[in-house]
Design a protein around this ligand. Structure first.
Ligand SMILES: Nc1ncnc2c1ncn2[C@@H]1O[C@H](COP(=O)(O)OP(=O)(O)O)[C@@H](O)[C@H]1O
Ligand SMILES: [Mg+2]
Length: 264
């Protein structure tokens, strides 16, 4: 990771019209993300995670404030709901986005490798209608990785996957991050997932959302994984307490507790 800022929200405000007039979701929101960093957004449902990602992607116009993001940078966005083109096969859906950036043979090699790792090779000629929700989500993820993005935005990308697949895709994502070095901002409902994948977990309040606190994950990832035993059993988010008075993150998981202290 270098110190170069790749994505920065600077005092951004955003309201949506609603039946009472307007709903303020973002109010003077600021967050800085540096090159190669993986940052997770965690917060209550409806607090504005998707809105933040949409602002970063340029899909939602902010009311005020500044967004720092070089539009020349190659950006990939994994939406919460898969958005595959129904008339194209899995392979064609991926090539459709690669085509804008990569030369055909390199694109094919990368596509093949990612399809294989996501255990989708057998479905490369299938149409989206023939795929389960989890399979579509996997295609979305590898489609984003297949353009070798510089900035990767993901909105609850692992939500509809079972635990075994989820951890397999975490590995795939981290491996590609290691290789490609992209900068990544993603939202999740699962604090355990945030703590395993991210370098920094940003915990948001309800709307208008502000940063309640940030947790810098300085423990090596494999240690975090061991601590959670995630490959074997899902973390039950009902038992999670993320707003701890000592500014640490507590996870109670199958009767075991893991505590990640804030390191500042
Ligand atoms: N286009 C929109 N029009 C009106 N309200 C919206 C729109 N997009 C989001 N909202 C509202 O803004 C709030 C934040 O939404 P969202 O960013 O999707 O939250 P999260 O992703 O954290 O669950 C919610 O109350 C949602 O209903
Ligand atoms: Mg959302």
């Amino acid at each position: 990771m270098t110190n170069k800022v790749v994505l920065e929200f600077k005092g951004i405000s955003k309201s949506f019209p609603n039946k009472n007039g307007s709903l303020q979701v973002l109010k003077d929101f600021s967050l800085t993300i540096r090159k190669g960093e993986i940052v997770a957004l965690v917060g209550p449902s409806g607090c504005g995670k998707t809105t933040l990602l949409n602002v970063a992607a340029g899909l939602v116009e902010r009311d005020s404030g500044e967004l720092v993001l070089d539009r020349e940078k190659r950006l990939a966005y994994v939406f919460q709901e898969p958005r595959l083109l129904p008339w194209k096969t899995v392979d064609e859906n991926i090539w459709f986005v690669q085509e804008q950036f990569l030369e055909a043979e390199n694109a094919r090699l990368l596509r093949n490798r990612l399809l294989e790792k996501a255990e989708l090779s057998a479905f490369r000629n299938a149409y989206p209608a023939a795929l389960s929700g989890g399979m579509k989500q996997r295609v979305e993820l590898i489609r984003a990785l297949s353009v070798e993005p510089e900035v990767l935005l993901m909105d609850e990308p692992f939500k509809s996957l079972d635990v075994a697949l989820r951890t397999q895709l975490w590995d795939l994502l981290l491996e590609e991050h290691e290789r490609q070095g992209f900068t990544m901002l993603f939202s999740t409902h699962d604090p355990g997932e945030a703590m395993i994948l991210a370098d920094r977990v940003v915990i948001l309040t309800d709307k208008p959302t502000r940063i309640m606190h940030e947790v810098v994950m300085d423990e090596p990832r494999d240690r975090r994984l061991q601590q959670f035993d995630v490959a074997l059993s899902p973390i039950n988010s009902d038992t999670l307490t993320i707003f701890d008075p000592f500014y640490s993150i507590h996870c109670s998981h199958n009767g075991r507790n893991a505590v990640f202290p804030r390191n500042d």
